[in-house]
Design a protein around this ligand. Structure first.
Ligand code: C2E
Ligand code: MG
Ligand code: MG
Ligand code: MG
Length: 282
């Protein structure tokens, strides 16, 4: 294609290209290895009940502790996982961690239902529901304690095949949530036909509350839409007390965001849910 672009391909050759290509190949190989060896970690962000703000559950969010680049966020490597067919293996890994964690918390007397982000590739994978089932069994977790968060873009490209997997997952008793809602209106028509339990309003929509005049009305309308479809509504990206008060007043069922907590490693999450009382002063 270099020749097409400018005749003498060599003129467009930049020594940097090779380096970038090989760097990229290295990252892919490293990610593949991290997934295979289970070298990814999972942080948990609390999801709280409206008004009282008691914790109702957590969302599992994957992290990659890279040996030289530090703790990488999903934005930095989930797209690479998508391009390289690593999503099913990554999802299995996160599910395994999250269900083991849920079981450990439960054994410690803490009931924290867990939500896991399930990438699009899983919905084209007919073996996925059976793997979820066996992970639930292995960790002795009730299916209703697990929520699968899916995005519209994940299920749209092949709605027919995806809906078979969705229906099977729902049949197991797993809750289904539509994530990042409001970022694309393509699924509006599908919303009624999908076997959903929950609608999760994207943080870019939530951010409008403080930023634009109509922001509050939009969030209110999406909450009403969810309720009209008999879905529980979660508002994510609640960053401050003012937004929190508005979202409470609009009637969202649950809230999630930095106003309550950032995603935390499991040990810190426990400390967050059970504040250690200050030592009594003598
Ligand atoms: P998401 O599922 O919409 O997750 C919420 C993201 O918003 C998280 O970013 C969380 O840290 C961030 N967030 C939460 N509260 C606030 C807030 O108040 N303000 C702001 N500005 N951000 C907030 P994170 O952990 O970087 O994850 C980003 C995305 O990566 C997730 O978006 C999800 O789509 C994807 N992802 C995360 N874990 C997994 C996974 O295990 N598998 C797959 N396939 N995707 C994942
Ligand atoms: Mg999510
Ligand atoms: Mg979300
Ligand atoms: Mg989002």
């Amino acid at each position: 294609y270099l020749a097409k672009r400018g005749g003498l391909g060599i003129a467009f050759y930049r020594p940097d290209d090779d380096r970038h290509t090989s760097e990229r190949l290295t990252v892919v190989a490293e990610l593949r290895e991290a997934v295979e060896r289970g070298d990814l970690t999972v942080h948990y962000q609390p999801i709280v009940r409206r008004s009282t703000h008691e914790v109702r559950g957590v969302e599992a969010l994957v992290r990659w502790p890279h040996p030289s680049r530090g703790l990488l966020t999903p934005e930095e490597f989930v797209p690479i996982a998508e391009e390289n067919d690593l999503i099913p293996a990554l999802t299995d890994l996160v599910l395994d961690r999250a269900l083991a964690q849920h079981r450990a918390w439960l054994d410690a007397g803490l009931d924290l239902p867990v939500a896991v982000n399930v990438g699009g590739a899983c919905f084209l994978d007919a073996g996925f529901p059976a793997r979820v089932r066996s992970l639930l069994d292995r960790h002795r977790v009730e299916p209703g304690r697990l929520t699968a968060e899916i995005t519209e873009s994940a299920v749209l490209p092949d709605a027919g095949r995806a809906s078979a997997v969705l229906t099977e997952l729902r049949g197991l008793g797993v809750r289904l949530s539509i994530d990042d809602f409001g970022t694309g209106f393509s699924a509006m028509g599908h919303l009624q036909s999908m076997p959903l339990d929950e609608l999760k309003i994207d943080r870019s929509i939530t951010a409008q509350i403080g930023a634009t005049e109509g922001g509050k009305a939009v969030v209110g309308a999406l909450i009403e839409l969810g309720h009209a479809l008999r879905l529980e509504v979660v508002v994510e990206g609640v960053e401050d007390a003012a937004t929190c008060a508005v979202v409470d007043s609009l009637g969202a069922d649950r809230l999630q965001g930095y106003a309550f907590s950032r995603p935390l490693p499991p040990e810190e999450l426990v400390a967050w849910t059970r504040p250690i009382p200050a030592a009594a002063t003598p």
